[in-house]
Design a protein around this ligand. Structure first.
Ligand SMILES: [Mg+2]
Length: 425
């Protein structure tokens, strides 16, 4: 088995999305050529089912032309409300896998699965699980590509449709890209393709071997970008933009930490803050992620499922501690962060809570949170959190609070975030 990739990026793309939804909802359309689009003479095909594609029909083609090529095709007007509904189900499935999901359209998204191997398995297994989960939730097929960059993941999914699963090993990305035509590159349309061909670049490998300075002279800014992409380099991160996808807290430390005991102090604080914010928003988290930044600025992260979903600081803390323990060998660390993701409103989880939430813990944490928000952050603290300042020594019971402590000497370096978090690997 090859080594771990620096990042695991998934590109997931539903197959003939609108047509597949129509075939799902109306069994009489299954196995038949279906064109989604207006019946009007001037309309264009939005999606053609896979049964229609051998006739040379594709999206963006004038409907008149498509009907000439495939006269037996069934024309179905689009039902966007339904597609939006199914899209929400799909994105919800992706949310179960990672806090970082970047939708590109209703049926397509990047999912950052970096640091999730311990939870889900190696990249191939991750891809399989995402496909199975989408199928189970919607009855529809998704094609996925997995690679260590967005660019390669996007190309990988496009090459093998429908119902594909393509994994491009990190170390072999350049080799894999080299024989592909330049039009496969993300962002290269017909015009750029023609330009590249005119300059003698037929394959991605041709671009990779070219002199980047000459390429920049020939194509401007685009040149150096394409040269980097052709060489398997793509620093772009998966950018989740929807709000409330993630609630997190992180701290750049005054002095580096390496022992689990030291890290625990910061995880405890972050868990309490995240817990308070979840409670304020009446949200429960089903996923947790811990990130640690080393003194050489390398980011490491691990994530885990929370079952049942929770807003309890104690539960978040315990899960976070287990994740941090898996990364100790990378230390020492200069930053400790914790984030809750896959968030659902408490109302949706209420049934579950009645049977699973330890009521005393919840009540205590709620009271603690209310007091702290009324009288200022850190009015009440657990004794174990004070060890850093030498106030309390030795092991302390889990729930032991002190009141009216003097404000901390250490400058405030916490960062709280919700929704988009560009710093989270
Ligand atoms: Mg698609």
């Amino acid at each position: 088995m090859t080594g771990r990739w620096p990042h695991i990026i998934v590109h997931a793309d539903m197959d003939a999305f609108y047509a597949s939804v129509e075939q799902l909802d109306d069994p009489t359309l299954r196995g038949k050529p279906v064109l989604i689009g207006p019946r009007s003479q001037r309309g264009v095909v939005l999606t053609a089912s896979y049964e229609a594609r051998p006739f040379g029909v594709g999206s963006a083609m004038p409907m008149v032309q498509a009907m000439r090529l495939c006269p037996q095709a069934l024309i179905v007007p689009p039902r966007f409300e339904r597609y939006i509904q199914v899209s929400a189900q799909i994105m919800q499935v992706f949310d179960h896998f990672s806090p970082h999901v970047e939708p590109l359209s209703l049926d397509e998204a990047f999912i950052d699965m970096s640091g999730a191997e311990d939870l889900f398995g190696p990249p191939t297994v991750i891809g399989r699980k995402i496909k199975d989960a989408v199928k189970e939730a919607t009855g529809l097929n998704v094609t996925v590509g997995l690679a260590s960059t967005k660019h390669v993941a996007k190309i990988a999914s496009a090459l093998n449709k429908p119902d594909g699963l393509t994994v491009v090993e990190h170390e072999k990305a350049c080799e894999w890209l080299a024989p592909l035509g330049v039009k496969r590159m993300w962002g290269v349309g017909p015009k750029m393709e023609a330009r590249l061909h005119a300059l003698g670049f037929k394959t991605i490998g041709d671009l990779a071997r070219s002199d980047p300075r000459t390429l920049t002279l020939q194509l401007g800014q685009h040149g150096s970008h394409l040269h980097a992409l052709a060489n398997g380099l793509d620093p772009r991160q998966v950018e989740s933009s929807r709000r409330e996808r993630i609630v997190g807290s992180e701290r750049t430390l005054e002095s580096d930490v390496s022992s689990l005991e030291q890290i625990e102090i910061h995880l405890r604080r972050a868990a309490d803050r995240v817990s308070a914010r979840l409670r304020n928003k009446r949200l429960h988290a089903r996923g947790i992620r811990v990130k640690l930044k080393t003194t050489s600025f390398q980011l490491h992260s691990r994530q885990a499922r929370l079952d049942p979903a929770t807003d309890l600081g104690e539960v978040l803390f315990r899960a976070a501690r287990d994740l941090a323990a898996q990364m100790l060998t990378f230390g020492p660390f200069r930053l400790v962060g914790l984030a809750a993701f896959d968030l659902a409103s408490v109302a949706a989880d209420k049934q579950l809570d009645l049977f699973t939430e330890p009521p005393r813990q919840s009540k205590l944490e709620t009271t603690l949170g209310q007091l702290n928000s009324k009288f200022g952050r850190d009015t009440l603290k657990r004794a174990r959190d004070l060890r850093r300042n030498g106030t309390v020594m030795g092991p302390a019971p889990t729930l032991d609070f002190r009141t009216n402590l003097p404000p901390e000497v250490e400058p405030e370096r916490d960062r709280s975030f919700e929704g988009e978090d560009p710093g989270w690997d």
